[in-house]
Design a protein around this ligand. Structure first.
Ligand SMILES: [Zn+2]
Length: 144
């Protein structure tokens, strides 16, 4: 038997009003986003070695610009942009997300990921750059 779930009218309105915007002005619901993302992953080439550390192990699809941030930027389409993904092992995925350790700058694809952010999320880029200490990598990023 199902459990009774009480929703008042305000809750229903909130659910309906949760739209996320794309750069070209589309408004999408979370379930539309999920289905675009699932479709994109089906068609994508998946690597079997971690893009960040090179080890062969089970992979996560790690977003360079997080899904949450893509929505905030009104660039929701970046969620299913393959160039915004890194196939990472769980450890590297966590390192990328917890970037304040600065450890994320050791990733093999670090410069490439930073350049991706730089062109699409200036504020997010500056925030990460504050934790980058390797002068060679800073130069590489600035050269672009
Ligand atoms: Zn890894």
């Amino acid at each position: 038997m199902g459990r009774a779930v009480w929703l008042n009218l305000d809750d229903c309105k909130d659910i309906e009003l949760n739209y996320y915007h794309t750069s070209d002005g589309q408004r999408l619901t979370q379930s539309q986003i999920n289905s675009r993302y699932v479709q994109a992953k089906k068609g994508a080439r998946q690597d079997y070695w971690c893009n960040s550390c090179g080890k062969r192990q089970a992979m996560d699809c790690s977003h360079t610009i997080s899904q949450k941030r893509c929505k905030e930027l009104h660039k929701t389409e970046l969620i299913w942009d393959e160039a915004n993904w890194s196939w990472d092992c769980r450890t590297c995925h966590e390192i990328w997300e917890g970037y304040k350790s600065g450890e994320f700058q050791n990733a093999l694809n670090f410069v490439k990921r930073m350049k991706y952010i730089q062109r699409r999320d200036r504020e997010g880029f500056e925030k990460r750059m504050m934790w980058v200490t390797d002068p060679i990598k800073i130069k590489e990023i600035e050269r672009s």
